[in-house]
Design a protein around this ligand. Sequence first.
Ligand code: MLT
Length: 409
Amino acid sequence: MIRINHHYLKLQSSYLFSDIAKRVAAYQEANPGKDIIRLGIGDVTLPLPPACIEAFHRAVDEMADSKTFRGYGPEQGYGFLREKIAQTDFRARNADIDPDEIFISDGAKCDTGNIQEIFSHSNRVAIPDPVYPVYLDTNVMAGRTGAYRNGRYENIIYMDSSRENSFVPDLPKTPVDLIYMCFPNNPTGAVITREKLAQWVDYAVKTKSVILYDAAYCAFVRDDTLPLSIYEIEGARNVAIEFRSFSKTAGFTGVRCAYAVVPKTCAAYDKNGDKQYLHPLWNRRHTTKFNGVSYPVQRAAEAVYTEAGSRQTKELADYYLENARIILQAMNELGYECTGGQNSPYIWIDGKTDSWGFFDLLLDKAGVVVTPGSGFGVCGEGYIRISAFNSRENVETAMKRVKEALASA
Ligand code: MLT
């Protein structure tokens, strides 16, 4: 008799953003005339930068000509893109990363979800709370957790993020092996200082653990004192894997391009306690299960690193950061305590009521979709997340409606 992977039965209903979409669809059906503004999922609304579009078109034309046509590319990505990434995103910031330590992929969601495959099931996994659900759910699917009780899975070491620690988790008190981190943070919008990140790197070095560092939102950092990459911290090459994405950086959510950095010096240990480098393991996994991102998409991503492309992508991020400022100001004026909204496209708001209740209130009274904080974990209860990814006009209208709705609530 064929059996299922029973770990899937431990998962909580559907993926958070599918749940929200269903709830909004049901509301819309019941209220057909109602105008709804979506500030829930962090999906970009502005078109691709012109430099990327031009490169995209040129590459498509190459595919139409037998002299320049390309079939399968290297699974790890084309050299032209990996070299630009290594030089611009890392070496220019004194982070020692080589092009062949970069693996181009179709998304940071896939990378952060798949990376756990190269680690033992016996690892003790530390996950922040609140958290981007992918880190947790993929460990559940892989069977690293026990049952779900009172909002948490057994066998996971949850790292609470709250106002008390400025939404940056403290070093764990019990031993851990695999540590998930995300800065600027999704969902809280919190950022991490160099000093704090250095403490985590030291911890990983001392305890022989590995940090999985999601930096998908680093394009929104405007404070020069903050690190963009974990590799700006000494020693991180040996203990950290980093994830980046062109989705939020350059509007690629519908195009799909991202990358993982697996330094050749980053290692874990086999059952005999012998050091094993992670680069060949991830290379093996990647080449077996992935056939590369399409050539035109990689050319479009490469254009992000041209003079025009980098100016245009910065303008995109600046646009959303101004939206974030408007949202933050409106919520502060209403008396809510907020995190994020600066150096981050997310605003994390203490709603002073239960998360889904606040979600329903804003949907019903203001026609504005947000994300309930409890969907990101127990510590998210009472909060909502507002995303700055929408047009200026929609953000201004949404905040006007939110103000009116909350004044009359
Ligand atoms: C979010 O809203 O948290 C993100 O859009 C999800 C993602 O990037 O997959």
